[in-house]
Ligand binder design. Structure first.
Ligand code: AOS
Ligand code: ZN
Ligand code: ZN
Ligand code: ZN
Length: 430
């Protein structure tokens, strides 16, 4: 039995008020696209089939490493986080899976948690392990690193934690383990740059060996932070080399905020795909570093160009192209539900725009070295306001035409502020 959190009547009434305008906008955009030989319904169907996971930790206010400013009604445990994720999916119909994080989301009965999620219309996506901070009652500190630590017992603890995450994930119905380690150094000479990678590879191979047949291990690289001089898996080069050494079930995961400024991330996407190693994506936006700002809020054009490569990859699939898409943001100044609703819309819009690219014209122009027309093929698609396509897909799936409007009207956060206990103060987390 499904028990979706927002009243169906509220959504239906709001959609009825928006219906005439939406039909008008959709028909008008349909006529415009038809002139270019594009059937709007076909694009809408693809958008309807698209989805992106939300991170369980993104349902709370992340804060920064300086401070966290909780809001009243913020979720305090995985059950409340699932409820909030269900709101995001009910309204957007774009986020049917939650990516859990351990031990943050630890419970005693994962079968029950899976059922609880299912009753909210949700499934589970990639499981994230955590060896970047110490936990209460943990035998060994990660102060010297985790999978690459110089201390054998610490590496073993990190391996065992990852294997435990796989076991939990099996019970939750996941098939991916995302491994991001903060391992690295703050001083030249602190650790041997070659040997630390050897240790990482050796420990990661033990995790890899524990993967069930249909599972993948997604290696997430990040240039810096928390380590500021060197990081063990710092870039896509280190990531793909590690994934190649580990084996076919190891793939690379690209987080938009994990690169040096101005790096051509869409080209990294194309490269990883070329070698069958593109496993997943963490969407967010950034101005300076791993800012974890809302997707498309700073550089929506980059997001579009990334999706342009992802659609190229979809059309020319190599070795098991099955990317796991997730939003990875830290919401410091907004209601996390509103941020994720807005981000899901931004991500879905860029996917829709990438679908509108006239691939034949693009490829012909590329062959003919007609630079301006090749660029125009992208520009024409980027310039289209695809919001009626997204709204129509949402409404047809039971979501809201105006997601933020209905969310505010539902007074969800105010109601939760009455029911949920207050979140404690404290430093934020990546
Ligand atoms: C860290 O910077 C990575 O982006 C991780 O994917 C993720 O944010 C982390 O596992 C959650 O703390
Ligand atoms: Zn990430
Ligand atoms: Zn990050
Ligand atoms: Zn981060």
């Amino acid at each position: 039995m499904s028990r979706l959190p927002i009243s169906d009547e509220l959504i239906a009434e709001a959609n009825a008020r928006a219906a005439d305008a939406l039909e008008d906008d959709y028909a008008s955009l349909g006529r415009k696209l038809e002139r270019s030989g594009i059937a709007i319904d076909a694009i809408k169907d693809k958008v309807a089939a698209f989805s992106v996971a939300v991170p369980s930790w993104g349902a709370g206010r992340g804060g920064t490493r300086f401070a966290k400013f909780p809001i009243a009604g913020e979720p305090t445990n995985i059950h409340e986080k699932l409820e909030d994720c269900a709101v995001i999916n009910q309204l957007s119909r774009l986020t049917p899976r939650v990516s859990p994080h351990f031990p943050w989301d630890k419970v005693s009965d994962y079968k029950a948690l899976r059922e609880e999620a299912a009753s909210l219309g949700l499934g589970f996506d990639a499981v994230n392990s955590n060896t970047f901070q110490d936990q209460k009652d943990q035998a060994h500190t990660y102060a010297t690193g985790s999978l690459s630590s110089t201390i054998e017992a610490t590496r073993q603890q990190a391996v065992e934690h990852n294997i435990e995450c796989i076991e939990i994930g099996r019970q939750l119905g996941s098939t991916d383990l995302t491994v991001w380690v903060g391992d690295g150094t703050n001083f030249p000479g602190q650790q041997d740059l070659g040997r630390s990678l050897d240790r990482y590879l050796d420990a990661a191979a033990q995790v890899y060996a524990a993967l069930p047949d249909d599972w993948r291990m997604l290696l997430e690289h990040k240039m810096f932070e928390p380590a500021f001089y060197s990081t063990v898996i710092s870039d896509w080069g280190s990531s793909i080399l590690a994934a190649q050494e580990l084996g076919p079930k190891a793939k690379c995961l690209v987080d938009l905020g994990h690169h040096a400024p101005n790096v051509n991330i869409e080209q990294i996407v194309a490269r990883l795909h070329r070698f069958g190693k593109l496993g997943g994506f963490h969407f967010n936006d950034s101005k300076y570093g791993d800012d974890d700002l809302d997707s498309g809020s700073i550089n929506p054009h980059q997001l579009f160009l990334v999706f342009n490569e992802l659609v190229e990859a979809e059309l020319a699939p190599r070795d098991g192209f099955k990317p796991s898409y997730m939003i990875d943001q830290s919401h410091n100044v907004t209601d996390p539900i509103e941020s994720m609703l807005s981000s899901a819309e931004a991500i879905g819009s860029c996917y829709a725009k990438a679908l509108l690219v006239d691939r034949e014209a693009l490829h012909l122009s590329q062959e003919a070295n007609d630079t301006m027309m090749a660029f125009q093929a992208l520009r024409r698609a980027y310039n289209v306001d695809v919001s009626p396509i997204l709204a129509k897909a949402r409404v047809e799936a039971g979501g809201a035409a105006d997601v933020l409007g209905v969310y505010r009207e539902s007074r969800w956060r105010d109601r939760k502020a009455q029911e949920r206990k207050a979140v404690g103060l404290g430093a934020g987390i990546v």
